[in-house]
Design a protein around this ligand. Structure first.
Ligand SMILES: [Zn+2]
Length: 284
């Protein structure tokens, strides 16, 4: 029997030495197989180490006046999850049109921002009006609201595809999960949750994200570093930036953008749609 060349070269060695050499040959292969619990061929664009999405909820004045100009300054594109009934949305359509023209993503965050007023494990949301209490919506009523939001956004940017963010990260309407109903409404949905340790955990309709409110620049940067360490993704949830509510200061926001801009080999900053499309296109 003709042995492969590698084995024939071992003829002059003792049995123990042969075993040691064979193990030394196969061990790295086995190690790679053990470490790769996701396809090792997966790479973020440009060989970056993590994807970062900067997302802004509720269509606020500070998004138009502070956050978006900051993003433009660094050439980053943000994702603006718009509540179509927000005063800054209905009253400043032209500004949202130009924001979209500058490459930022307009995304769906409902019309009326319905949330579950009472939910186990969470303080009662006293600011939710009875007519917008998700506990008393039906799934079909909510889907109609989401389709209408898509139509309103389409009038601004002409686009048909949308991503979505769950208001208050609530996934149930009238006691029923609406996650499975979203496929006809959006391409991906943002929820809340810790930075994933592995991309194989991800569900594109329940993408984890971290609330940025009240965090300093250093704390925001630390989160990006965590995502880099895991090689995964971080989506920031911003509300007010330098104003409005649940705010981060404009300084903290700028510090984060500046850090990301100075580490282009580490972080791919993309819109929520770009990043989730990339994940889908690469088998996630
Ligand atoms: Zn919201």
């Amino acid at each position: 029997m003709e042995y492969p060349k590698y084995f024939r070269l071992l003829n002059g060695y003792s049995v123990l030495k042969k075993r040691a050499l064979i193990i030394s040959f196969f061990f790295p292969v086995l190690l790679i197989l053990a470490v790769c619990d996701r396809p090792c061929s997966f790479k973020w664009p440009g060989q970056t180490k993590a994807a970062v999405c900067l997302s802004y909820d509720d269509a606020l004045i500070s998004h138009l006046e502070i956050a978006a100009p900051h993003l433009d300054q660094y050439g980053f594109k943000g994702t603006f999850f718009c509540t179509a009934n927000s005063e800054a949305f209905t009253g400043r359509s032209e500004d949202w049109i130009t924001l979209a023209e500058r490459g930022h993503e307009l995304a769906n965050h409902t019309i009326f921002h319905p949330c579950r007023k009472i939910k186990a494990g969470r303080d009662t949301l006293d600011w939710i009006l009875p007519e917008y209490d998700l506990n008393y919506y039906t799934v079909s009523q909510l889907m109609k609201e989401l389709r209408n939001t898509n139509e309103l956004l389409q009038r601004l940017d002409g686009k048909k595809r949308r991503t979505f963010a769950y208001p208050c990260s609530d996934h149930q309407a009238g006691g029923q999960s609406y996650i499975d109903s979203l496929a006809s409404i959006c391409s991906a949905a943002r929820a809340e949750g810790p930075i994933p340790q592995d991309l194989s955990e991800l569900n594109l309709f329940l993408m984890p994200a971290i609330d940025a409110s009240g965090k300093s620049g250093a704390e925001l940067i630390q989160l990006a570093e965590q995502a880099k360490k895991h090689g995964t993704i971080l989506t920031y949830i911003f509300h007010g930036v330098g104003g409005d509510y649940l705010e981060v200061s404009d300084t903290a926001h700028l510090e984060l953008l500046d850090y990301l801009a100075h580490h282009p080999k580490d972080f791919w900053v993309g819109t929520f749609m770009e990043i989730t499309d990339y994940l889908r296109d690469h088998g996630k």
